[in-house]
Ligand binder design. Structure first.
Ligand SMILES: NC(=O)c1ccc[n+]([C@@H]2O[C@H](COP(=O)([O-])OP(=O)(O)OC[C@H]3O[C@@H](n4cnc5c(N)ncnc54)[C@H](OP(=O)(O)O)[C@@H]3O)[C@@H](O)[C@H]2O)c1
Length: 213
């Protein structure tokens, strides 16, 4: 497959690029600043572009099968996440290119709470991440408002950290996945596995899903 990854040098994006390359896909790895090209694997096609610019999205997605967005704005500019979601959707409207968005856990409901979402549960969300969580909420709303793109939004569990690639994960929909020990977590490597599995064998269309151990 031909896959474009925005945020390709980031924590999640770099693992998505590595996973896609390991599966033999043709990967266009997009960073905003060409000074970061050296951080990208040589096997990827390094390009500069901004997920918040419709013209960049249109140009870098032409002829691709899937666009994966794993961008995260700098602290204080959280709303750029929504700008990027809207630009990605606008750039892909009326194309056959799928959009897979790495989003946030904020809007997942917490099991056993009668519908409380992660963003409203202080035991799961530190106040330092409140603005990012709100931006992720708006990012998902932007996707849900778009009918002309085949998008899917992947909410990580509460904890998403660098770790091991095990290839194992469970899938869910709108509820936070918690394991038997009460942990809600996945490694970035396995989140990338879940994303690439979705890219290769689509199960989610115009909806959110989640993946965790
Ligand atoms: N539990 C959770 O819900 C959870 C936990 C962790 C992460 N996440 C989500 O996962 C996503 C990725 O996080 P991360 O940890 O990988 O972030 P990261 O390491 O900060 O990487 C994000 C990358 O996005 C790039 N970027 C930012 N804005 C961009 C734009 N408009 N166009 C193109 N590239 C852009 C940045 O590049 P430059 O700034 O260098 O250009 C950076 O390399 C985020 O959406 C984050 O909310 C969720």
């Amino acid at each position: 497959m031909r896959i474009t990854v925005f945020g390709a040098a980031g924590n999640v994006g770099s693992r998505v690029v590595a996973e896609a390359l390991s599966r033999g896909h043709e990967v266009t790895a997009v960073v905003r600043d060409p000074a970061r090209f050296h951080e990208l694997p040589a096997a990827a096609n390094a390009r500069a572009g901004d997920a918040g610019k419709v013209e960049d999205v249109a140009e870098l997605s032409a002829g691709e099968d899937v666009v994966i967005s794993a961008t995260r704005p700098a602290s204080g500019s959280e709303n750029e996440l929504v700008t990027a979601a809207r630009a990605l959707l606008a750039g892909l409207t009326r194309t056959d290119v799928r959009l897979l968005v790495v989003g946030g856990a904020a809007t997942l409901t917490v099991p056993g709470t009668g519908g409380t979402t992660v963003i409203d549960d202080p035991s799961l969300l530190s106040p330092a991440y409140r603005d990012l969580a709100q931006a992720c909420t708006d990012q998902l709303e932007a996707c849900r408002a778009e009918a002309g793109v085949d998008w899917a939004y992947l909410s990580p569990p509460a904890l998403l950290k660098p770790g091991q690639r095990t290839g194992n994960y469970r899938l869910g929909n709108d509820e936070l996945l918690v394991d038997a020990d009460g942990n809600s977590t996945i490694s970035m490597e396995d989140l990338a596995v879940a994303l690439l599995d979705e890219a290769e064998r689509p199960k989610h269309h115009r909806t959110r899903f989640t993946a965790a151990y």
